[in-house]
Design a protein around this ligand. Structure first.
Ligand SMILES: Nc1ncnc2c1ncn2[C@@H]1O[C@H](COP(=O)(O)OP(=O)(O)OP(=O)(O)O)[C@@H](O)[C@H]1O
Length: 266
């Protein structure tokens, strides 16, 4: 498709101690630049949706926010990711602690081959929580926050793999919540789920944003419009439009954003 790219919208939000934002972030696979100098803010108590056609760098960008992309051989990055006044993209960052602060849930539910209880208790135990009472409390509160407690409270010792796909995904969200993150990164968390489970995950996201920041990659435009406060439209590794979701969806500035949202390409 013939397309004229406008200059990427480089945002320079006010810098505060509580900031979570990227600044001129580029990610490479070898010499290929998959993400090109993106500066995006992620405001508190909000959901930011990353949308755009396949291969435009959404997942790469998302994974870089808690340095998961570092695990891919040949991947390197340039630029900064600021959180609480610290650039977590620096080599000295303790990535284990970082991933406690910034949790991630993947497209396909990936519970451990363990009981429901152990799936949730694993992270807190790893980070030093001891004692059955403390762990019981964390398991219950995490499952409650993920709106799964009532469905599983009588079968905590059962294998997590016995749960339905939608329940497994909420379990994975509960697992991420168990270490009390400030930010949740969600990579198409409902794309493998039926409509009822999708609705539950969306409700959950709306509730969770009162407590933390959420960044979500989604191909589902209705979903992005329903649950997000801000939307970034990615194209060929750049953000070509960013703004309040309502504005991006009803009155986008870039014709490419409009065409994509209306399903005319991508
Ligand atoms: N592990 C990898 N090694 C090399 N190139 C990669 C790797 N992962 C992604 N890429 C390339 O980086 C670019 C961005 O991919 P990415 O998966 O981030 O896009 P995306 O927008 O999330 O796509 P989709 O919507 O299809 O999931 C693509 O050209 C892809 O081929």
């Amino acid at each position: 498709m013939e397309a004229t790219l406008t200059a990427p919208h480089i945002l320079q939000p006010a810098k505060t101690e509580r900031d979570f934002r990227t600044e001129n972030l580029s990610i490479f696979y070898g010499t290929y630049e998959a993400v090109k100098g993106i500066s995006l803010p992620f405001p508190e108590k909000s959901v930011t949706a990353l949308i755009g056609p396949s291969g435009c760098g959404k997942s790469t960008f998302l994974r870089s926010l808690n340095r998961m992309n570092d695990e891919i051989s040949g991947s390197t990055s340039k630029g900064s990711i600021w959180i609480d006044g610290v650039d977590i993209n620096s080599p000295s960052t303790d990535v284990i602690k970082l991933r406690q602060k910034i949790g991630m849930v993947w497209q396909k539910p990936n519970p451990f081959y363990k009981s429901i209880y152990e799936n949730i208790a694993f992270g807190p135990k790893y980070h030093g929580v001891k004692g059955k009472k403390s762990l019981d409390e964390i398991v219950e509160s995490s499952l409650r926050r993920a709106a799964l407690w009532d469905e599983v409270k009588d079968r905590l010792k059962d294998s997590a793999l016995a749960l339905s796909g939608g329940q497994q995904q909420r379990l994975c969200i509960a697992r991420a919540l168990s270490v009390n993150p400030q930010i949740l990164l969600l990579d198409e968390p409902a794309s493998a789920l039926d409509p009822v489970s999708t609705g539950k995950v969306e409700e959950l996201i709306k509730e969770l944003k009162e407590q933390l920041r959420i960044v979500i990659v989604t191909h589902n435009m209705q979903q992005a419009a329903r649950i997000s406060d801000f939307t970034a439209y990615f194209y060929l590794g750049q953000v070509i439009e960013y703004g309040m979701t309502e504005k991006v969806f009803t009155n986008p500035e870039n014709t490419m954003t409009q065409e994509y949202i209306m399903g005319r390409f991508g």
